[in-house]
Design a protein around this ligand. Structure first.
Ligand SMILES: Nc1nc2c(c(=O)[nH]1)N[C@H]1C(S)=C(S)[C@@H](COP(=O)(O)O)O[C@H]1N2
Ligand SMILES: [Mo]
Length: 170
């Protein structure tokens, strides 16, 4: 019986560990208050021209360094979202919209429409296409975003991006 419990424990530990490193996505969808949903596969992402990005120190929410991302290339999220059309005619009201970036493990990060399309943050919000010498398809977490100008870069370092949901404040 004891052995059975050990077996069960080992099984669950392995499952949990496997899930932890399994924050991977091979495509992401842009959905919500949009005129037309957009889907991006790895192949679609690779069609865009990538720019090189300086090394980024990933700091956690305490500000402690967790590691450095090197040999980075990426595409600006605002460029990949250039065909995004909000369900709103008046550009003035675009300021009421925000985008929820959702990872495969349900980790979520919010960016306001203005932040991406009307502020310097938008010029620094990248979809990473290669990291540490690995191409997108060989990167463990695959679809990854980074905003190097953030103070604590870990928070909005989304691993395994799988969805962008466009929402609006009440
Ligand atoms: N998908 C996903 N991305 C995530 C997280 C998470 O739990 N899930 N945690 C975030 C937080 S709080 C931090 S500090 C960094 C840690 O990045 P690292 O794993 O490269 O050290 O990842 C961020 N991205
Ligand atoms: Mo964190």
């Amino acid at each position: 019986m004891k052995r059975l419990y050990t077996l069960i424990l080992v099984f669950f530990s392995v499952t949990v560990l496997a899930q932890k490193s399994d924050v991977t996505s091979d495509s992401f969808i842009v959905t919500g208050l949009v005129k037309k949903e957009l889907v991006f596969s790895l192949a679609d992402i690779e069609k865009y021209t990538s720019n090189s990005i300086s090394d980024v120190t990933i700091t956690n929410h305490m500000g402690e360094p967790r590691g450095t991302a090197t040999k980075l290339t990426g595409i600006l999220v605002k460029d990949i979202l250039k065909d995004l059309e909000l369900q709103e005619q008046s550009p003035k009201l675009f300021s009421e919209f925000y985008l929820v970036f959702v990872a495969a493990d349900n980790y979520k990060v919010v960016y306001s429409w203005n932040e991406i399309f009307n502020s310097p943050t938008g010029d620094n919000l990248y979809l990473i296409t290669s990291r540490d010498g690995k191409m997108l398809k060989d990167m463990e977490e695959r679809i990854l975003t980074l905003t190097p100008t953030d103070f604590k870069t870990g928070r909005r370092h989304i691993k395994g991006l799988s969805k962008i949901i466009v929402e609006r404040v009440d």
